[in-house]
Design a binder for this molecule. Structure first.
Ligand code: GCO
Ligand code: MG
Length: 451
């Protein structure tokens, strides 16, 4: 300190009157700037503690969502994370409120990686969807807090933007070709360049004519039926028709959603090759991951895979052996933003691009997390997006927006999304007609089909 002021004095002695005044002005400004920076960095390094971790279940758009709020010892400073596991919401609530809350209380929210590593093994058994989603709620909330403390959107913490906004794909669907055509047209009018096409529900279940198991009294009357041949034939016709009507200048995607035998999936993709799909998603169920090697050898159709993955043992081999082109994990299902960031870097090394899962059963916080990552990574591919209805916007402010097929985050520190607990209470999950499990799908003879 002393030596600095001595040097400054010596330096001033060498200056004339006008130059001296100007130099003093510069000095005052830079000192004020330095003081401001120190104040800011003090704020970002004030010791903090986690005081509460709380999960909320809500159902604003007839889909169960779970949001986690992490509160800190600094009044008003909290973070939000997504822990949505729509089919099993209550076990996630218990995992957060009964286990992660006492585990996290008193710990330092600044050390995200350390907290993640320790929370991950605190259950000893790990990598399941319930615990991973719970962990994601905590993890994403810590990134939100970090951004708020730094006064920066999360994508800035990763090195800033690689693109001005995030190119997205939207869903078009129809029970017949005419309905599908209208749906594609409306997506094009909205400005999307990438459109996912489906004939009705996953597996085009409405095309299956017989449910012999029902007549035989096998299974439950509400169990659904899906015969694979009608689906396979309809999907090829669907691509043919869409290309004929809309030409070759749009990008077409399709989600097989598993449900077919690996051999049928391979044949389907070979047939679809002539329609130049942008990607075909989830052709094979995760249990049959080894089939990707055969699929890869048979066709050049780009493959997207991974929304069901929750273990590094599932995504690592497919990425490192370049067996897929797009990795599309569900961020919360993998354990959160911290994990997805590492997956993105691993994929970058092997020229695999991202297509993070962005369905209706993801809260706006989860969608924002997808988009912050999309903005910051070099190997971004495409993003699946939905539109948020009024009820969802009543509960969440700062939801991402979409214009001309490009999604943007709300520019604010952290994720940019806020959550109104009072508004959320209007949409309790108990109002659901059914628990949100998926009804079993069977072949006509009653054999269970795996999605
Ligand atoms: C997609 C998905 C979803 C899932 C849903 C499961 O690609 O968007 O397949 O629609 O089926 O998220 O809960
Ligand atoms: Mg899918």
């Amino acid at each position: 300190m002393k030596r600095d002021s001595l040097n400054r004095r010596e330096w001033f002695q060498g200056l004339g009157g006008g130059a001296m005044a100007a130099a003093l002005g510069v000095l005052a400004r830079s000192e004020a700037h330095a003081a401001e920076l120190i104040q800011k960095s003090n704020r970002a390094s004030t010791p903090l503690k986690i005081t509460k971790v709380r999960a909320f279940a809500l159902r604003p758009a007839r889909v169960n969502l779970i949001v986690v709020r992490v509160e800190t010892s600094e009044p008003g400073l909290y973070g939000l994370g997504c822990a949505t596991y729509t089919q099993r919401p209550t076990p996630v609530l218990a995992a957060v409120n009964e286990f992660l809350d006492p585990f996290s209380k008193g710990r330092d929210p600044d050390n995200i990686e350390d907290l993640w590593q320790n929370a991950y093994t605190s259950s000893y058994w790990r990598n399941g969807p319930v615990l991973n989603n719970a962990l994601s709620g905590l993890d994403m909330a810590l990134w939100d807090i970090k951004g708020k403390r730094a006064g920066l959107p999360v994508y800035q913490l990763l090195g800033g933007k690689c693109r001005f906004a995030v190119d997205c794909y939207s869903h078009a669907s129809g029970r017949d070709l005419k309905e599908l055509e209208e749906s594609v047209r409306s997506k094009l009018e909205q400005g999307f360049r990438h459109i996912r096409i489906q004939m009705g529900s996953y597996g085009s279940e409405h095309l299956s004519k017989t449910a012999d198991f029902r007549e035989a009294g096998f299974g439950m009357p509400q169990d659904r039926v899906m015969a694979s041949l009608p689906y396979l034939k309809a999907t090829i016709k669907m691509f043919e028709h869409t290309r004929t009507v809309f030409g070759d200048d749009i990008e077409l995607l399709h989600d097989v959603h598993e449900r077919v035998e690996p051999r049928d999936a391979i044949r389907l993709l070979k047939e679809l090759e002539r329609f130049r799909p942008y990607f075909i998603e989830d052709p094979i169920s995760p249990e049959a991951n080894d089939y990707f090697r055969q699929l890869r050898g048979a066709t050049t159709v780009p493959i997207a895979m991974g929304e069901l993955f929750n273990s590094p043992h599932e995504w690592t081999p497919l990425i490192k052996d370049r067996l897929i082109d797009f990795i599309r994990v569900h961020l919360s299902q993998t354990g959160g933003f911290s994990v997805a960031r590492k997956i993105a870097t691993l994929a970058e090394v092997f020229n695999v691009r991202s297509a993070w899962h962005g369905p209706g059963d993801l809260s706006p916080v989860g969608h924002a997390a997808n988009l912050h990552l999309d903005l910051a990574i070099p190997n971004f591919g495409i993003q699946e997006i939905i539109s948020f209805d009024d009820a969802t916007r009543e509960v969440f402010t700062g939801c991402p927006t979409v214009k001309k097929g490009y999604a943007s985050v709300y520019e604010a520190p952290g994720w940019g999304v806020d959550f109104n607990e009072t508004a959320a209470r209007k949409f309790p999950i108990e109002k659901a007609e059914n628990p949100a499990y998926w009804e079993p799908v069977r072949r006509p003879d009653g054999t269970a089909v795996r999605p």
